[in-house]
Design a protein around this ligand. Structure first.
Ligand code: CDP
Ligand code: CDP
Length: 209
């Protein structure tokens, strides 16, 4: 029978990484870690005046459950602290330990296939056009009651992607062995179906659900 399965999912903001990760975790019976949430929770604490490194070093489960982690302000703060090498270093062990869980795992973020789980059996780099990603995030934020404009969301995403790609420490980049999945013209069901097929082709793991 096939061995333990680790799936790495990276890509720019609002590409559909989380949605795809959750669906793959259900399909293959794996645990899922949204690593963006760790950076958001760290960034969130800096907005309260905590120094970035201290915030990362003393992060608690409670911090990860704060109810305002999905705001544009917190996303920007996350991307700022994420460029600090010492902050990233403080957060690596937890993520790697999660990836090595007995039952296998899906992790999504920016550096999963390159830094956190270079040994992952399957790696996806999920993308979509800037316009499509902005529409998706705009819709989500409006539904969440946030006062945003489509142009504002688009420029926030572009600024964050540029910072995440340009940083020296664990920049956002597709791993050499990652499969790029452009979901600009795919709904969630189509993206999930394509990803499940690829996992099965590459690893021999059949979906359990
Ligand atoms: O995790 P990431 O920021 O990459 O994206 P997400 O939170 O999974 O998806 C952002 C939004 O796009 C969500 O509202 C998804 O439902 C939506 N989405 C979509 O409409 N079509 C897709 N193929 C993937 C996601
Ligand atoms: O959902 P979305 O793609 O908008 O953002 P996220 O995945 O929650 O990540 C928020 C920010 O955390 C990103 O813009 C990155 O700066 C940072 N991040 C990172 O540097 N490395 C990761 N593995 C995950 C997130």
């Amino acid at each position: 029978s096939p061995t333990r399965l680790t799936i790495a999912i990276d890509g720019p903001a609002a590409a559909g990484k989380g949605t795809l990760s959750r669906a793959l975790a259900v399909a293959f019976g794996l645990a899922h870690l949204d690593t963006g949430l760790i950076y958001r929770a760290t960034g969130r604490r800096t907005l309260d005046g905590t120094a970035a490194l201290e915030a990362a070093q003393t992060l608690t489960a409670e911090d990860l459950q704060a109810d305002d982690l999905r705001t544009p302000e917190v996303a920007r703060a996350a991307s700022v602290v994420a460029a600090i090498p010492e902050v990233r270093a403080a957060l690596v062990d937890f993520q790697r330990a999660f990836a090595r869980r007995q039952g296998g795992a899906v992790l999504d973020g920016r550096d999963i296939g390159t830094v956190i789980c270079p040994e992952a059996e399957v790696k996806f780099f999920v993308t979509a056009s800037d316009a499509v990603r902005a529409e998706r995030r705009f819709k989500e934020l409006v539904e969440g009651g946030h006062d945003v404009t489509l142009d504002g969301v688009l420029s926030d995403l572009r600024e964050r992607d540029a910072r995440d790609s340009a940083r020296a420490s664990a920049p956002m980049v597709a791993a050499e062995d990652a499969v790029t999945l452009d979901t600009s013209d795919m709904d969630i069901a189509a993206a999930v179906q394509a990803a499940i097929r690829l996992v099965t082709e590459k690893t021999g793991h059949a979906p359990v659900q």
